[in-house]
Design a protein around this ligand. Structure first.
Ligand code: C5P
Length: 403
């Protein structure tokens, strides 16, 4: 899965002949799963039409501060566009635009957006070989990199002028490869291995019945996906759940009972850097599951239950344990119970959610959490989508581990 999936990308197109290649670049970005918006300099419109780029990006293309074709004369808000984007690509980047990016000479919408953008900016220079070699251009490359922008090197070959040399814009595929590799190499969990437990467990009563709970596994899956998005390999040990998960970095191990989950956790613990136990594990299981379906006979039926192993506590008690994150779902005296649980299970972080909070708990798409660290510091978060909650949890792990 491409690291560009789900990213909001702003493509800045300037007035060079290589602008015609941006139609293909937009196609590739959309194919990689990115949302793309295009901003052009007025000169770029002579080389490629806004209609082509808006059709391919499925978004309006802007090139002026006000939309003169619109009778209402809407204001194209450069600050909003700059803040919308997760990353900006300026391709082709002409010598003229590069020079204005260095000096902050904002005489068109693209430059205003560039100066307002807080996201990483990549630029792919495109110009004739002598312009490329010129000391002022070379100086501008250096300055732009010193400002924190990322240069996508130009290629060598035949140029539009008929001359041959360095200055061709990198091909669209090369631009995408460069950005993907660059993002991947900077992912904070790259090279790490994490374990996540998720979902409920089913404890067998007889061949057709079990003791279970309402956990959907959505929170754990969201955490696994966020860890993978940050570059980690993930072993997801999952109780019975209808939630699907597909990611090349996530290996799913399906289990049924608490004992299965305990075994799978301990078999896979080698080289795990972070373990996040979000599963709703049954505390008890029937002592002796019946071989055959239990028949309806007496008015009451008593099941003998025995305690399941506490998986989280068993890892917490290990000497060389991974960075350990547990969950606590409480119904009353939430903080006190959570502090006690963190101590008992020796977690590095405990994620507390309360059944009393609206928008939190089993099966929902949202959750409301507080994160408790080893020093009993509590960070409380608002109700959010589980994907966003997962991001808060993973960001806190990365911060605590100093990655
Ligand atoms: O004690 P309690 O069940 O509230 O603890 C919840 C935390 O402990 C969760 O992180 C859960 O995944 C973990 N747990 C476990 N094994 C159990 C019970 C809970 O790993 N048998």
């Amino acid at each position: 899965m491409s690291v560009l999936r789900g990213k909001k990308i702003l493509l800045g197109v300037t007035g060079g002949i290589a602008a015609y290649k941006t139609t293909y670049l937009v196609r590739l970005l959309v194919k990689a799963g990115a949302s793309v918006k295009v901003v052009m300099t007025p000169a770029a419109r002579d080389f490629v039409t806004p209609l082509s780029l808006s059709t391919l990006s499925k978004n309006p293309v802007v090139s002026h501060f006000t939309d003169e074709e619109d009778e209402n004369d809407t204001w194209n808000n450069h600050v909003e566009l700059g803040l919308w984007s997760d990353l900006m690509i300026i391709a082709p980047a002409t010598a003229n635009t590069l020079s204005k990016m260095v000096s902050g000479n904002i005489d068109n919408l693209l430059l205003a957006v560039y100066c307002s953008a807080k996201c990483p900016v990549y630029f792919a220079p495109a110009m004739d070989l002598d312009m490329y070699k010129h000391p002022s251009t070379q100086h501008n490359f250096d300055r732009l990199e010193a400002y924190g922008n990322h240069m996508i090197p130009s290629g060598e070959g035949e140029l539009a002028s008929g001359l041959s040399g360095k200055g061709r814009m990198a091909e669209p595929e090369e631009i995408i490869d460069f950005i993907q590799l660059h993002i991947e190499s900077r992912l904070p969990l790259k090279g790490r291995k994490c374990m996540v437990t998720a979902g409920p467990t089913h404890e067998r009563i007889d061949p057709v019945r079990f003791i279970g709970n309402h956990s959907s596994g959505k929170m754990g899956v969201a955490v696994a996906l966020e860890l993978a998005a940050k570059g980690s390999e993930v072993i997801l040990i999952m109780g019975p759940s209808a939630v699907n998960v597909e990611h090349e970095l996530i290996k799913r191990v399906d289990v049924t009972s608490a004992q299965d989950m305990y075994d799978a956790v301990h078999q896979n613990l080698t080289d795990i850097h972070v373990a996040i136990f979000s599963a709703a594990v049954a505390d008890y299981r029937p002592a002796t599951p019946a071989e055959q379906k239990i028949k309806k006979q007496s008015e009451t039926l008593t099941l003998d239950l025995v305690k399941n192993p506490d998986i989280l506590a068993s890892v917490g008690a290990m000497k060389n344990k991974p960075f350990l994150v547990g969950f606590a779902l409480e119904t009353e005296n939430e903080l006190d119970h959570a502090f006690a649980k963190a101590e008992k299970k020796q977690t590095d972080l405990l994620i507390l959610n309360s059944m009393r909070d609206k928008g939190a708990g089993f099966g929902k798409d949202t959750n409301k959490i507080s994160i408790i660290d080893k020093n009993k510091n509590v960070k409380a978060f608002d109700t959010k989508l589980k994907a966003e909650v997962a991001k808060d949890i993973v960001d806190e792990i990365i911060k605590q581990m100093g990655l």
